[in-house]
Design a protein around this ligand. Sequence first.
Ligand SMILES: *Cc1c(COP(=O)(O)O)cnc(C)c1O
Length: 470
Amino acid sequence: MDTDELLMRTAEIARAYNRDVGSRRVGASATADDLRRTLGGPLPDTGVEPMTVIDEFARGAEPGLTATSGPRFFGFVIGGSLPAALAAEWLATTWDQNCGIHVCSPAAAVVEEIVSGWLLDLLDLPRTSSVGFVTGGQMANFTCLAAARHEVLRRAGWSVEDDGLGDAPAVRVVTSTEAHTTVFAALSMLGLGRRRAVQVATDAQGRMRPDALAEALAGYDGPTIVSAQAGNVNTGAVDPLQEIAEIAHDHGAWLHVDGAFGLWGRASAQRRDQVVGAEFADSWAVDAHKWLNVPYDSGLAIVAHPDAHRAAMTVIASYLVEAGASVREPHWWVPESSRRGRGFAIYAALRSLGQDGVAALVDRCCDHAARIAMRLGQEPDITVLNDIVLNQALVQFTPRGGGDADAFTQAVIDRVQADGTCYLSGAVWHDMKVMRISVSNWSTTEADMDRLADAILRAIELEDAARSAP
Ligand SMILES: *Cc1c(COP(=O)(O)O)cnc(C)c1O
């Protein structure tokens, strides 16, 4: 078997997918059972030719893929893959570096160092912050909140890494009712307790109310962590971070910001005002695989206090040789030991776009979101529920003759998904069933947005007709 031939064939399959991803059906067409049938069965006793494995695997998996890297996937908050990032990811896989320690891959370690500097400039965060290259927003929240837990307990004279939480001073966590579910997951994994977090009230856009935060913090100055948000997953709204930072720091609290997608708004001169004040926080979770359009999986845990960050993540083992005082060891900043080179694709993405390119990507997505909200908002049966501050639009539909908007909205979402030209997801927001439109892909054009609007209007018409049919 010739590895070179195999890689050529694989590149062809990948290129064909990439060429068609903008025109194929966006949602998957295969059911789980279909996929079990084509890909499953018992593990064969004897091996199969690699070329056959890849050919059959690619053919079998294809109907079960969703075109998330294409221009008309508007569900959740999902970015595509910039060409340079995708290509760098191919190299990263081929190089197969263990990027935990510098000596295993000086290139990976130094690239992470370079990328860290670029990111802190781009996002305008304190330049002395440390950056950990993790799998996504979930692990970024976990890592940042671990650093927070370390620091607030260290100030209370307690080493949580050595002595655990059993007899530790109580740590109070304050977040909002609209915090992302991964913040609560991080709290549960950190032993801080999902249910123990105080959830302060939010305003109509889902922003934490500073007066409610001040009230929650009043009269207690023990170890405290405040977790705020830049980019509400439904509305895109950003908590009033400057005010929140002042209140949190007045109480000696650590302020974490979950900015999985919203923090990228800081890369654009036009949107920076929407994410003002984030620079005063103590830690930030950001996803590269969302708005920066780097392939999965890629998140960033950024901490303004490198000592706390490193203390929370440190692994102690004699065989983990350190390359020396002048280098940054990649594993200091993340939960993993061995891992792949996440810095490579981010490096390629940032270098191929430049500062202007990242800003243009952010602005384009925001403009698309504003434009479709404007177009849909003109229709009598469509309500746009949020202020379009970033790349998210939240809409609700009412049946022509009046009636249950929740059921009708769900039916419209189902019809758009079945139509296949676009993909959207729903959510329940403030007790309403809503359609979420998230524009996060570098390759989405105005024409794609028009096709989305057409698909939605078509779905409404079909649903209205189905309901009025005798
Ligand atoms: C997407 C998202 C997360 C979780 O990120 P993953 O990359 O899915 O782990 C956390 N917070 C917010 C606000 C998000 O939008």
